[in-house]
Ligand binder design. Structure first.
Ligand code: DC
Length: 222
């Protein structure tokens, strides 16, 4: 059976940073599902397709071949990672990610990847919907203020003009939308290990996760 690790949690909880490190330790393919929703948003905005035009969105997704190489998303063989984290995409992505038809299509693509490769996948619904039978599930959290600070530093390091208070506002609004939408809202799976990353460093989080995985792997070999 393939190894699969699910990491869910709100924006800025450290999911992608942690997932990339854990991926290297266990030789897993890292799948950032948020970037797939961002890619749909990016293309929809480029083509002026509003979230209400579900038929056009479904047709658009049909034209989008997405795969991951070295932790990054390739859309139709082009690396579009840098275009996906800009504020305009962050502001609009929840509206597209809350559409049932969009989710059905992306969930199918994500499941197909997990059938082909050993994966670590991060998102909002991985442990509850996409990989219900994942070998290991984690739910990462951190306070909104800590998450906003992390996003601020990340965008500033990329040379973007950013404003802390609008990032915090955006995070709080996105938490609300992601947790309260009708389709596949952000919730912790009953069998996920919750890790609060507020005030603890990356190494400590990675150690916690790897210890949990190692114990599970050891048990399954007995
Ligand atoms: O992780 P992120 O901030 O890049 O995610 C972007 C948006 O996509 C976020 O508002 C929630 C949504 N998303 C989702 O609904 N389901 C996922 N599996 C991953 C992300």
């Amino acid at each position: 059976m393939r190894l699969s690790v699910a990491i869910d949690g709100p924006a800025g909880a450290g999911k992608s940073t942690i997932a990339k490190i854990v991926a290297k330790r266990y030789n897993l393919m890292y799948i950032n599902t948020g970037s797939m929703y961002r890619a749909v948003t990016y293309k929809a905005l480029e083509k002026d397709i509003p979230p209400e035009n579900i038929e056009a969105l479904c047709n658009l997704i049909e034209t989008m071949e997405m795969h991951f190489e070295n932790d990054e998303l390739y859309l139709n063989d082009v690396n579009i990672n840098d275009q996906l984290t800009v504020p305009n995409i962050s502001k609009n992505v929840s509206a597209y990610a809350s559409i049932k038809e969009v989710r059905t299509r992306l969930v199918k693509l994500q499941r197909d990847m997990s059938k082909k490769y050993d994966v670590i996948m991060d998102g909002r619904d991985i442990g509850t919907v996409v990989l219900k039978d994942a070998s290991f599930k984690f739910f990462l959290t951190a306070s909104p203020e800590e998450r906003a600070t992390r996003r601020y530093e990340e965008l500033k390091a990329k040379g973007l003009e950013v404003d802390y208070s609008s990032i915090l506002k955006d995070i709080i609004q996105r938490d609300y939308l992601d947790s309260n939408r009708e389709v596949d809202p952000l919730t912790k799976a009953d069998d996920a290990l919750e890790v609060d990353t507020t005030g603890i460093n990356i190494d400590q989080v990675v150690n916690k996760i790897c210890e949990y995985i190692n114990n599970g792997l050891e048990l399954s070999m007995r």
